[in-house]
Design a protein around this ligand. Structure first.
Ligand SMILES: NC(=O)c1ccc[n+]([C@@H]2O[C@H](COP(=O)([O-])OP(=O)(O)OC[C@H]3O[C@@H](n4cnc5c(N)ncnc54)[C@H](O)[C@@H]3O)[C@@H](O)[C@H]2O)c1
Length: 371
């Protein structure tokens, strides 16, 4: 009898947090689980053996779409871990549940955990998840799937090819430093070549609050990040329309109103990414190679579900070959550190030297509580 090669192995997959049936998903309640499941199915190497959701109907509907006759549903994820013994688990619940679920999976002997972003509402929980998986030898990834999306990969490819000379500054705009910010802070490392950050200085406005997935966030914020390489990362959030007028009511901009959501400034040119509004290009570059702005062909996943699928395919491949996944916890936690270092900078009115120490909770929530 010959043993199966690692690449022939079929992995037993479970999902925690099924989301509502796809037809009912919306504003919050994205049902991210469905995209994860499609990714596992697409590998041809995975079988959905179990689904856990406190809402039994969600689990049943999910199993019906993505599972088979033997897929078992649970309302208690602890029972699921003990009974179904999955090798791979996707955690698609809201952020306040991520830490307890990741740690329980690691302690139950799960080999790979793929958890939705943001890592957790507090810095302590984020660190404990990483530590638990380091202790158990579990491969832990977070779904910062934008690393696989075509506009960002194209822009990074241009930077790597020297199309704008040496990278000097990365400017990012989004709605907040936490829920969306986790993607953009992660992407800072993606653009600068995964080199370490040294310090953060930031400010937040909490006169009014926004909230996503039950976590309160600033109404508006800025963060400047210094990298060891000398590159600067500059993030603006909230009413931060790069090529538009600030709104008098200080409210969140509609996404369509954003100008360039990312601008990469080099010694010999500029790249803009995620450009909306007055011109219809996702990426454009201005350098000395051609007159005016040029729009390069895009390479990478062109839909967010495809990008999530690419992340899932990568984490399954890494289970076989032992390589670090593109969405590894080692990468995710550096971006997460920038979130909480930004909030700590705002709380203490000072520049924060990394690594971030002396912080366990969420400094922004301390600011809010002290008002
Ligand atoms: N990667 C991205 O770009 C992206 C986009 C949107 C949302 N998200 C993230 O995805 C996560 C999930 O968001 P969503 O909108 O898909 O969620 P959702 O509300 O669609 O689904 C969450 C599910 O978890 C279930 N649940 C709640 N408590 C549970 C428990 N104790 N045990 C088991 N199941 C439980 C709920 O019943 C629900 O079915 C969030 O962290 C969010 O930030 C990521």
């Amino acid at each position: 009898m010959t043993s199966a090669k690692a690449s022939d192995q079929t992995y037993r997959v479970a999902v925690i947090g099924a989301g509502r049936p796809r037809s009912q998903t919306g504003a919050t309640g994205f049902g991210m689980s469905h995209a994860h499941a499609k990714g596992y199915t697409a590998t041809g190497r995975c079988r959905l053996v179990a689904v856990a959701d406190v809402v039994a109907d969600n689990a049943t509907a999910f199993a019906h779409v993505h599972g088979d006759a033997e897929t078992v549903t649970f309302t208690d994820y602890h029972e699921m871990l003990a009974s179904a013994r999955p090798e791979v688990v996707s955690i698609c619940t809201w952020p306040h549940l991520h830490a307890e679920m990741v740690i329980a999976c690691a302690q139950a002997g799960v080999r790979a955990i793929h958890c939705e972003k943001p890592m957790a509402p507090t810095w302590g929980e984020a660190r404990r998840m990483a530590e638990a998986c380091a202790t158990s030898g579990t491969q832990l990834t977070f779904n910062h799937q934008r690393r696989f999306e075509a506009p960002y990969r194209t822009a990074r490819g241009l930077v790597r090819a020297g199309a704008i000379g040496d990278l000097v500054q990365v400017e990012l705009a989004c709605s907040n430093l936490f829920d969306w910010g986790t993607h953009w802070f992660d992407m800072l490392f993606f653009y600068v070549g995964e080199t370490p950050a040294s310090w953060v200085i930031a400010q937040t406005d909490t006169q009014t609050l926004t909230s996503a997935f039950a976590v309160d966030m600033e109404n508006q914020g800025i963060a400047l990040v210094g990298f060891e390489s000398g590159v600067r990362g500059f993030m603006t959030t909230g009413d931060t329309v790069p090529d538009g007028a600030p709104r008098a009511d200080n409210s969140q901009p509609r996404r369509e109103a954003l100008g360039a959501m990312q601008r990469l400034v080099g010694t010999a040119g500029v790249i803009e990414v995620g450009v909306r509004g007055t011109y219809n290009a996702k990426v454009r570059i201005l350098n000395g190679d051609a007159p005016g702005w040029q729009e390069p062909p895009l390479a990478g996943a062109d839909h967010f579900e495809d990008a999530i699928g690419a992340g899932v395919a990568d984490l399954i491949a890494c289970l076989d070959n032992g390589h670090e996944p593109e969405l590894s916890v080692h990468k995710a936690i550096r971006g997460t550190e920038l979130i909480f270092a930004s909030y700590e900078s705002s709380r203490t009115h000072s520049r924060i030297t990394l690594p971030l120490t002396g912080v366990e909770g969420n400094p922004l929530h301390e600011i809010i509580a002290s008002r």
